[in-house]
Design a protein around this ligand. Structure first.
Ligand SMILES: [Zn+2]
Length: 44
């Protein structure tokens, strides 16, 4: 799973939330995102 907020992977065991996106072009799309996004990797 990839977090929709920070575009980083959500590891198994990490708390995350899901949200349904009801867009005209995409029915039933579910995105995942961290409850608390981790800090961005250093050096970027
Ligand atoms: Zn995140």
């Amino acid at each position: 799973m990839i977090c929709a907020k920070c575009q980083q992977g959500i590891r198994r065991g990490e708390p995350y939330e899901t949200r349904d996106i009801h867009a005209a072009s995409a029915s039933g799309t579910v995105v995942h995102f961290h409850v608390v996004c981790p800090d961005r990797p250093r050096g970027h």
